[in-house]
Every structure is written in C-alpha cells, then in structure tokens.
Ligand binder design. Structure first.
Ligand code: G
Ligand code: G
Ligand code: MN
Ligand code: NA
Length: 250
C-alpha cells in the first residue's frame, strides 16, 4: 500500500514523470494533441500506475499539490512542441471540484507562457454529477479563458446523454470499450450514434483505444469521428520520445 509519506517524498524527490500519448486527426493524419499520463518511478516498486496513485493522493489531500505539479509540467512541456499541438491534462473529480481550480489553470498558463488554446482539460462524467451550478460556472469560466474541455471515457460509468448538451464541452472521448469486437461481432450502431449526437451538438469526437487498422477504417468511414487515440498510433511515451514523434509528424 502506498503511503502519504511516500507520495510527499516522491513529489519532493522529483520521482513523478509525465508520459504522453498522441491524438491523431483522421483527415490530416497529424498529431493534434498529446495526453499527459502520470507515471511514478518508484525506487523499489518500479513504475507505479496512476490508478494506484490518484486515489491515494485524493484520500490524503495531496491531490492539490500533485495536480498542480502535473498541470504545470504538462504546460511547460507543451511549450517545447510545434505551435499547433495541444496538451490534454486529466483532472480527477476531486481535483476539478477544488475552489481554486480556475486560478490553478490561469497560473499554470501564466507560469509556462502557454496560450490557453493549447490546453485541454479532460474530465470524466463523475465530475458532472455533482454541484451542477458550480460545475457549470467553472466550465464556462474555463471556456471564456480559451481552454477546451473534453469529456473522457464517455459511455462508461453513469453516462447521461444530457451531460452532452447541459454543459459547455468541446470534445467527447468515446471510451475504448465501444471498440471491443467491432471487427467481428459487435455492431457499430452504438458508437456511431454517440459520435453523431456529439458532432451534431457541436463537439469534436475522439475514439479512444484504437489498436488495429480495421478499427480505424470502421470508425473513420462516415467522417463523424474527428480524432483517434490508441496503441495503433502510439503507446504513452516519455517526453523526449513524444518530441521526436512530433518532429517527425510536423
Ligand atoms: O496511463 P494509464 O493507462 O495507466 O492511466 C490509467 C488511468 O489513470 C486513466 O484513467 C487515466 O485517465 C488516469 N490518469 C493518468 N494520468 C493522470 C493524471 O495525471 N491525473 C489524473 N487525475 N488521472 C490520470
Ligand atoms: O482514462 P483515460 O482515457 O485517460 O486512460 C488512458 C489510458 O488508456 C492510458 O493510460 C493508456 O495506457 C490506455 N490506453 C491508451 N490507448 C490504448 C489502447 O489502444 N488500448 C488499450 N488497451 N489501452 C489504451
Ligand atoms: Mn484521458
Ligand atoms: Na479514456
């Protein structure tokens, strides 16, 4: 079990690292955005997954400090990428529902010099389930600032289609579970329906977890899906490697 002390020490000792996974525009084939994914290089355990880190950090109240580190690091690294490329940062529900969340975002942009248009914040449906007026205000403020909001893992959890039109969201990331089996037995009906609805509501549509060319062809066939992400293009890679990929693609 990870302890609070471990996390604090790790933050102080610079043991956290951000990996990046690209999102590719289906029309141009170019990388539009890279999603930051937390890794912990633990001196004894090796690489620790964010699935094990984030919940402990939340429980321990360290999510504010850790979230701040992630956001600032991601903005700083994005500054080293070609101009058109954005960075996507995951916010847990607890992180998003901080009183100071807007200030944190402004500060990270200011400190790094990154234009707001190059920052995308990924929230999940669980962030939209509570404090509706507060949530709406926060999303609107972020939008006014120029930051984009993506709804991550859409279609898992307690999905509600009403989220898509009740909140100002610019992007929907359709969960990779929608892709499982589409080459053989699963009809594309559900994925296409969600994609079309999102597109008609003015959002860009991302399909996550694309692993095969066959899946790519199927999701791209009707032109609704804007971007794709998945092992077919790249696994999450360290910052130095993502810079190489970006240089090659731009
Ligand atoms: O990269 P990986 O597949 O191990 O990520 C597992 C889960 O952890 C994903 O759901 C991802 O969204 C989440 N995650 C990765 N990095 C971060 C982060 O920096 N902050 C938060 N809140 N979640 C993250
Ligand atoms: O919840 P979120 O979408 O942020 O999770 C991102 C995680 O999904 C990454 O940590 C990555 O390891 C995983 N992932 C990304 N692409 C693929 C893929 O093509 N296949 C599978 N199985 N997992 C993926
Ligand atoms: Mn994500
Ligand atoms: Na996801």
């Amino acid at each position: 079990r990870i302890l609070e002390l471990d996390l604090r020490r790790a933050l102080a000792n610079d043991e956290f690292e951000l990996y990046y996974q690209p999102l590719v525009n289906l029309k141009t084939g170019r990388i539009t955005t890279c999603e930051a994914l937390l890794r912990w290089n633990h001196p004894m355990r090796g690489t620790v997954s964010p699935i094990d880190i984030i919940p402990v950090a939340e429980e321990m109240g360290l999510i504010v400090d850790l979230g701040r580190w992630i956001l600032r690091r991601a903005c700083m690294e994005c500054m080293r990428w070609p101009d058109g490329v954005s960075v996507a940062v995951n916010f847990s529900s607890q992180q998003f529902h901080q009183r100071d969340v807007i200030d944190e975002v402004h500060y990270a942009l200011q400190a790094s010099g990154l234009p707001a248009e190059r920052l995308e914040i990924e929230i999940t449906e669980s962030s939209l389930m509570r404090n509706t007026q507060w949530t709406l205000d926060a999303l609107q403020q972020l939008r006014s600032a120029g930051v984009r909001i993506a709804l991550d893992d859409f279609g898992t959890g307690y999905s509600s289609l009403s989220y898509l039109h009740n909140f100002p969201l610019q992007k929907v990331k359709i969960d990779r579970s929608f892709l499982v089996g589409i080459e053989t037995h699963r009809p594309l009906t559900l994925l296409r329906g969600v994609a079309r609805l999102s597109a008609e509501l003015g959002m860009s549509v991302v399909v996550e977890g694309v692993e095969t060319n066959e899946q790519l062809e199927l999701i791209g066939a009707d032109g609704t899906v804007t971007e794709a992400q998945g092992y077919l293009f790249s696994r999450p890679v360290p910052a130095s490697r993502i810079r190489e990929l970006l240089t090659a693609s731009h």
